[in-house]
Design a protein around this ligand. Sequence first.
Ligand SMILES: [Zn+2]
Length: 240
Amino acid sequence: MSKLVTVNTVSQLAFLPNVFPVNCYLVEEQDGLTLIDTGMSFSAKGILQTAERLGQPITRIVLTHAHLDHVGGLDLLKEALPDVPVYISRRDALLLEGDLSLLPEEPNTPIRGSVPTKVKTRADVLLQDGDHVGSLLAIAVPGHTPGSMAFLDTRNRILIAGDAFQTRGGIAVSGKVKPWFPFPALATWCKTEAIESARKLIELQPALLAVGHGPMLEQPIDAIRRAIMEAEAAPSLVQH
Ligand SMILES: [Zn+2]
């Protein structure tokens, strides 16, 4: 069960939209499609079929962060597309390898959420803040995981933010629990950093917000501002 919604250069592919919705994105470039996130293992087939339907090859696989519901389809996709390079932040590349240790400068709070233990694929390109991947600008947005990244399509300011926000059950900064869909919040490493990162994303003046869980949101700046205020005011379920 999946649903495809296209806005400009970005197609959102939503899996299981009514139960535990997980989104992947296909971004059109002149040389093909950049896939952002791979869903769960059962998502791989649908992603390949969707690319076929869009009539373009997948030429890059980019990961917003290393939680299992975003990297679960990676091995199957890499098997089908062995020459396509895989991109993830240098920091979350460690999580992808199943390494949960923190770096000395990081807030000392445990990394949460389901981190893969059996994913074999390793990244080909390790991203840093400010890197470009085709038309996408990579922005470090630590909080949900230490190495989470968001991607801004510089042609139209569509922002693909992974789990830095959720829009399922109402917009929220990662770490703020939404009763109807609490999973991303419960999987968040450091809420303080997540709020910092949310502020950083507002400065990019996004025209559309696309996240890992929930529908795309046009003209999202006011909604993001409100979500930040709500996150700041909320008592924290987790330590940070
Ligand atoms: Zn996540």
